[in-house]
Structure formats: C-alpha cells, structure tokens
Write a protein that binds this ligand. Structure first.
Ligand code: EPZ
Length: 419
C-alpha cells in the first residue's frame, strides 16, 4: 500500500507516449483462451490488471510470458475451467473470462464478481444474453456454473449498451453454431480492438463500433499477433494534467478520433489543441473556464472513466460547473477528498450530480484514493495545489496507470512514489 507525494506548482511541459489500453487488453487476454494456438500481443500496459489477467490464464493452464510490453499466450495446454475466486475478487472485470472459457470448453466455473468501489456492478445483462445461446448458467454458492451441449448463435438485445456484456457475448459467440446478432451493443473503441484481434485469430465478426455486431460462428481459431490500441483514458488524464498545471503537453501514439468527447470538453474549459493523426498537443488557457454541464454517457458520449479527473480540473475553474455521473451509482468518492484540498463541491441528493464552484487555488493535503480514476484525480489536484499532497492507497491507481509518477515527472511534475 504505497503512496504518491506530489509537490504542486510546476507547469507540465514536453512530450509523452501513451501506453496500451487497460480496457482493450483485458478482453483480448480473455479471448486468447478461445484458441488452442498461440497469441502474441504487443503494446500491453504494465499495470496490475494485466498481471492479474496473466495469473488467470495460467490458472486455466495456459503458458504465458511477458517480455517488456509483449505478452505471448500458448493456450494449447489450457485445461481447467474454474476461474479462481481470489483473482476474480481482485479484479471484477475478470468476468470477461466467462465467455472465453465457455466458448472454448462448453463449460465454465467462475466466481461471481460482486461489487467494487464504483457500486454493485451487476452482470444480469451478460447472463441473460448468454442464456439465449443454448447455455445453462446457474449461480450457486458465489459461483457461476455454465454448461452447454453446444453454443447456438442467437439474436440478443442489450437493455443497456454494456461494454462487458457486449464483449462476453462476442467471446461466447465466436465458436458457436450459427450467427449471433447483438443489438444495442456498446460502441466503445476497445470493442473494435477486440473484434480486430478475434478476426486475426480467424473469427468472423463485423459491426464493432456500431450498435449492431454480427458474429458468424467458426469451427476453430488459430494463432494471431496484435498490437493493442492506446489508452484513451490515460491520454485524457495526461491532457487534464497539462490543463490543471497550465502547461503545454504533446501526447504521441494516440488516435485523436477516440478523444473527441474529452477534447471538446477541454476546449469548453478554454484549452486549445493542435492535432495530427497520432499526436495531440494541448495549450492551456490563462484561467480554466467552468463547464456548465458535463454528463457521462456510453461511447461516443463523455466517458465515465474521465469524470473524476475533470472534477479536479473544474475545482479551480472560473465559475460553477455541473457534472452528472449517469453510469455508476458511487463514482464520487473523490469529492470528499478534493474538499480536503479546498475544493468547493456539492453532491446532490441523487449521489450522481455534483456542483463544483471553482476556487482560486487548492492546498496540498493527505488524501485517500478510493478507486482507480478517483485516485488519479487526486494526483492531478496535487499537481496544481500549493504545498505537498500525499495520495494514499496507490494500489488503486497502479491498476490502470503504468508508472504514473515516472510519466508525470518526465513532464516536469514533482511527484515521488513511496512504497
Ligand atoms: C467497462 O466496465 C470498463 N471496464 C469500465 O472502466 C468503464 O467505466 C465501463 O465499461 C463503462 O464505460 C473495462 O472495460 C474492464 P458496463 P463494465 O457493463 O463493462 C450496468 C475503468 O476505470 N450494467 O458498460 O463493467 C452497470 O451497472 C473501468 O477503467 C448492468 O446493469 O461497464 C453500469 O451502470 C471502471 N448489468 C453500466 O451498465 C450488466 O449486466 C455500465 O456498465 C452490466 C452492466
């Protein structure tokens, strides 16, 4: 349980390369179990969620090695069907292994993921859709046991465009008998990356990135090589780091098409951008402008994973801003901690809408990270605050940010990690 010590006041400057996407690599690693061949995946982020996924693959009998940012998975020896409870508890998004294991073995036993810092995190949409594919799913003693005489393609409609449910249905459908059509599918870019990887393995999928995805079942998958897309939330976090410190920063290895909702809100806050295909440069305003309304929505709406970072930024804006978090019922734990740093934020009774009245400056304090993105937001606040900020519970942040201290230091921040 380490902590970050941040001394605020430095305007960030320079150039930084953005790492591979956590929310793309997790479903892609789960997909490697579908083949009895070998998968080589490049540009993998060195974060704890990646390492937990590797542990799960090894628990399922795969041979996995990670060299620098390349992961090689030999799934020829995959034999177990139980995804260990300890690992599922550690990373609830390991529910994505349900579809991969079921698709490969026609059977699966996986611990029920349960809730996390963001709320209940139900998986009803995953289970309802997969049950329509000739699969029996029983929930028993905290486990989900899945069995089928053969997965059948089906037309399924998602009541809500759930990212995880869309991905789990895709993995279940790849080797099914027949065609699966997902309506009201999630359109996040990470789902396009998953489709690209699966098709490289020999799958037959189209429509990812739209609300209709078609998966034509194939008999077998083979070997594949793939380079994971950039992490658009890490990119957004670094852009906010530049804006909140009134620094000019360039990000490389990005796809600016996937940053539109974030850059448009930063433009509203007074930032200016120079964009080329894979690089983006932010120039900050003299004073951050308030944003009258920021509402989180499924892609291509504003991403919930960037909401906390904007709460930190708007804490020192000129005027009052409103943030509405519509996806998760308790993604506001950073507000109390930002208030310790002098922010003026009021959370409405619905627990989802916050009104942020900008203050001239924040002051450093000892604060606790309580989830991944909220923790990152506290670091951003520390970069702008006067004096020293200690952000405790670094393990939350290490789940999704590769060496955030080294990355921000390379841009001129005064930040140290203390184990
Ligand atoms: C993915 O989580 C991401 N995680 C989350 O990123 C991200 O916040 C979320 O999508 C939304 O974009 C990964 O990709 C590993 P959902 P996921 O299913 O799949 C409700 C981060 O910080 N829902 O789209 O769990 C659910 O309660 C993480 O990187 C159901 O009701 O998100 C929530 O309100 C946090 N029933 C909404 O849908 C279900 O069966 C969005 O959930 C599934 C979801």
């Amino acid at each position: 349980m380490g902590e970050y010590h941040v001394r605020g006041g430095n305007a960030l400057s320079g150039e930084i390369r953005v790492s591979g996407s956590k929310n793309a690599i997790l479903p892609i690693l789960a997909a490697t179990i579908l083949t009895s061949g070998t998968s080589v995946i490049r540009n993998c982020p060195k974060i704890s969620d990646t390492y937990v996924s590797i542990e799960i693959l090894e628990a399922l009998g795969c041979k996995v090695k990670m060299e620098d940012d390349t992961i090689t998975v030999d799934s020829s020896t995959a034999n177990d069907r139980c995804v260990p409870e300890k690992l599922v508890r550690e990373m609830r998004s390991s529910i994505i292994f349900l579809g991969g294991v079921l698709g490969r073995f026609n059977r699966v036993k996986i611990s029920y993921p349960g809730g996390c810092e963001l709320g209940v995190r139900p998986i009803d949409l995953h289970l309802k859709a997969i049950r329509e594919m000739n699969v029996t799913l029983n929930e028993d003693h905290g486990f989900i046991i899945g069995e089928t005489t053969g997965i059948k393609g089906a037309s399924v409609n998602l009541d809500f465009p759930s990212v995880g449910a869309t991905e789990n249905i895709m993995l279940t459908a790849v080797l099914a008998d027949g065609v699966t059509k997902i309506s009201n599918a999630a359109k996040e870019p990470e789902i396009i990356d998953l489709q690209d990887f699966l098709n490289k393995m020999g799958a037959n999928i189209s429509g990812a990135g739209t609300d209709i995805i078609i998966i034509e079942g194939v008999k077998k998958l083979g070997n594949a090589e793939h380079s994971v897309m950039f992490d658009r939330i890490v990119a957004g976090t670094y852009l906010v780091a530049a804006a909140i410190t009134k620094g000019g920063v360039t990000l490389t290895d990005v796809n600016t098409r996937h940053l539109t909702s974030i850059t448009s809100k930063l433009t509203e806050a007074g930032c200016e951008f120079e964009m080329r295909e894979d690089t983006i440069r932010l120039s900050p305003p003299k004073k951050i402008r308030a944003i009258s309304r920021l509402i989180t929505l499924p892609h291509p709406g504003f991403p919930t994973d960037a909401q906390a970072q904007f709460a930190a930024l708007l804490s020192i804006a000129n005027g009052a801003s409103v943030i509405e978090e519509t996806l998760f019922e308790s993604r506001n734990k950073h507000i109390g901690e930002l208030s310790r740093m002098g922010a003026n934020i009021r959370l409405a009774a619905d627990g989802r809408t916050s009104v942020i009245r900008g203050v001239p400056a924040l002051t450093g304090a000892v604060v606790n990270a309580r989830d991944l993105r909220g923790g990152a937001a506290l670091i951003l606040a520390g970069l702008a605050a006067s004096g020293e900020t200690t952000v405790k519970n670094s393990h939350f942040i290490e789940r999704g940010y590769e060496n955030i201290d080294a990355a921000l230091s390379s841009l001129g921040a005064d930040i140290k990690y203390i184990a």
